[in-house]
Design a protein around this ligand. Structure first.
Ligand code: HEC
Length: 213
């Protein structure tokens, strides 16, 4: 199930690059997928970065009990929980066990990260911008390609942090992050949102057809 899903997304990514449809086609199809409403807070320049790292938050507040790569999260638990149930569980854990409450975008981003690592799938988030420099975080064991208008840039990866310098004139909303972990691959257009999430589980929206499994 899991593997089929990953393969499907890998195949879709490959198909798009082979056909030369590029990222525009992908994010358009993504945005039009059933159950996917318009992104919250999406202005003309795209949504803002998170300003707070969900991966470092998890490593500081949750990993001691659940493992840095989510090994101790109880396999398969995420598939049984809806987006709202998982978000509530993460909120409850943050307030209780971790004594480090979170809410809003960082809660959504951490929920998406927890779902990713529970499935050993890749996760990537955009955290900050300083001039042309973008920084962010990624899940353990994840490879990252940062591209702008379809051209790959040289990203620096240190541990669970990445950084990249945009060429003159390029905007964050033109950036696409492609994260790969094993056979699973997720693409995030920063024009759509600041972090990866699973198809059908986007940003607290209703579950789409791909989310039912
Ligand atoms: C002190 C240890 C501890 C810390 C810290 C902790 N948890 Fe938990 N977590 C548990 C225990 C024990 C359970 C099972 C009992 C329960 O569900 O309350 C659990 C259950 C969960 C579950 C439900 C899935 C499952 O495996 O049962 C999720 C999701 C979760 N934790 C996420 C988090 C997140 C996210 C954080 C950080 C904000 C966190 N936890 C911090 C101990 C911890």
């Amino acid at each position: 199930m899991n593997r089929g899903h990953s393969l499907k997304w890998t195949a879709l990514g490959l198909g798009l690059s082979v056909l030369g449809l590029g990222i525009g086609g992908f994010s358009q199809a993504w945005a039009q997928a059933p159950g996917r409403g318009p992104a919250h807070g999406k202005g003309p320049g795209g949504p803002p970065p998170l300003h707070r790292g969900p991966v470092s938050y998890y490593m500081t507040s949750c990993a001691s009990c659940h493992g840095p790569d989510g090994n101790a999260l109880g396999p398969g638990f995420a598939a049984k929980l809806s987006e709202t149930q998982l978000r509530n569980k993460v909120r409850e854990m943050a307030e209780g066990m971790a004594a480090a409450p979170i809410d809003g975008p960082i809660l959504s981003a951490t929920t998406a990260f927890v779902r990713s690592i529970a499935k050993q799938e890749p996760y990537v988030a955009w955290i900050n911008q300083a001039g042309p420099n973008l920084t962010g975080e990624l899940s353990p064991g994840t490879k990252l390609v940062v591209s702008v208008r379809g051209k790959p840039l040289t990203a620096t990866i240190r541990g669970l942090n990445w950084s990249v310098k945009l060429p003159a004139g390029a905007k964050p909303s033109e950036v696409v992050l492609t994260a790969t972990r094993g056979r699973a691959r997720h693409q995030v257009a920063l024009s759509e949102g600041p972090h990866s999430f699973h198809p059908g589980h986007g940003r607290g929206g209703p579950r789409g057809p791909r989310g039912r499994r």
